[in-house]
Design a protein around this ligand. Structure first.
Ligand code: NAP
Length: 286
């Protein structure tokens, strides 16, 4: 039975807003199940208060925190150390606090990889991957995908400069990977998708009920695995892909595994993945 005592440590969720988050329910159940004497609390933080809240974490008994919209990029300047992944991605979603030192990590990209490997049994060896969207989530996904023994990574974004910047950042840091930008013209994108065996949607397109399918339906082809980072609803992309008999998944498993990795950073224990998955499935039904 979950109880708080004089030795209970804290983990926070820094963002604005945070009321919609599934993380408090998921982590508190996981802490309870594993006997970690920790409690996970929302810390709604306005932009101007970010520095004060982050700097107060070690003084207030926090062993760590998650960071969400809109602070994932700005929080970096208030941390003492930052992992290589988080540096290249340019965003932090997890903080650990050990002996007063605040270290930032990004578990989104690694969470994506685990989701594909553990849940979809996707094999990245020689894979041809195309990612639509080079914002914060797209960067996290692409950086970790580029570290795999893939054949190629193609990136597209309606903001061409943002997409090309991500391609350049990966080429500079992981030079032996074939990474290229695909312009948004239909014919180029159709060809790139036709040559791929993993398509990832890392844009918000599909979040709203009225959103169209992000690509033309007839570009979906046999042998293509589809992963959509959106998890609040089944997007037209996932729905149409499944109707065509393709393996297609919404982003709930990525949300799960980024949390699994964060849990393991804070506690040093193996995360109760099945319990955390069940909580997420319960929360999404509410
Ligand atoms: P973001 O920073 O807004 O980046 C999205 C990028 O995609 C932007 O560059 C955007 O360009 C571009 N874009 C939008 N519509 C497009 C289209 N139709 N074709 C090509 N590019 C398009 O968003 P984010 O924070 O990276 O998040 C992206 C999605 O991932 C969101 O739905 C978010 O909820 C989800 N997410 C899921 C997880 C998970 O654990 N499953 C984790 C993080 C994020 P403009 O800015 O010019 O529109």
């Amino acid at each position: 039975m979950f109880s708080i005592n004089g030795k209970t440590g804290l983990v926070g969720l820094i963002g604005w807003p945070v009321g919609h988050s599934f993380s408090p329910a998921m982590h508190n159940r996981a802490f309870d199940m594993t006997g970690a004497n920790l409690v996970y609390v929302p810390l709604p933080t306005a932009r101007d208060d970010l520095s004060a809240v982050v700097r107060a974490l070690p003084k207030m008994g926090f062993v760590g925190a998650n960071v969400t919209i809109p602070h994932k990029e700005k929080v970096i300047r208030f941390l003492d150390e930052i992992s290589g992944d988080a540096k290249l991605i340019g965003a932090v979603n997890t903080i650990s606090c050990v002996n007063g030192i605040l270290k930032g990590y990004n578990t989104d990209g690694a969470g994506f990889l685990s989701a594909l490997i553990e849940e979809l049994h996707f094999n990245f060896t020689s894979a041809k991957v195309i990612v639509i969207g080079a914002g914060g989530a797209g960067r996290a996904v692409c950086v970790k995908v580029a570290e795999q023994p893939i054949a190629s990574l193609k990136i597209t974004d309606i903001d061409e400069e943002r997409g090309r910047r991500l391609v350049n950042d990966i080429q500079e840091n992981i030079p032996d990977r074939l990474v290229e930008f695909v312009p948004k013209e239909d014919s180029r994108l159709e060809q790139a998708i036709g040559e791929s065996n993993l398509l990832v949607n890392a844009t918000p397109c599909g979040m709203k009920k009225e959103d169209p399918c992000i690509i033309q339906e007839d570009w979906l082809h046999e042998g293509l695995t589809v992963y959509d980072l959106i998890y609040h609803r089944l997007t037209p992309l996932v729905d149409k892909s499944r109707k065509r008999g393709l393996t297609a998944e919404p982003g709930l498993s990525m949300l799960l595994y980024q949390a699994v990795l964060a849990f393991e950073l804070w506690t040093g224990k193996k995360a109760p993945v099945d319990v955390m998955k069940r909580v997420l499935e319960e929360e999404i039904q509410k």
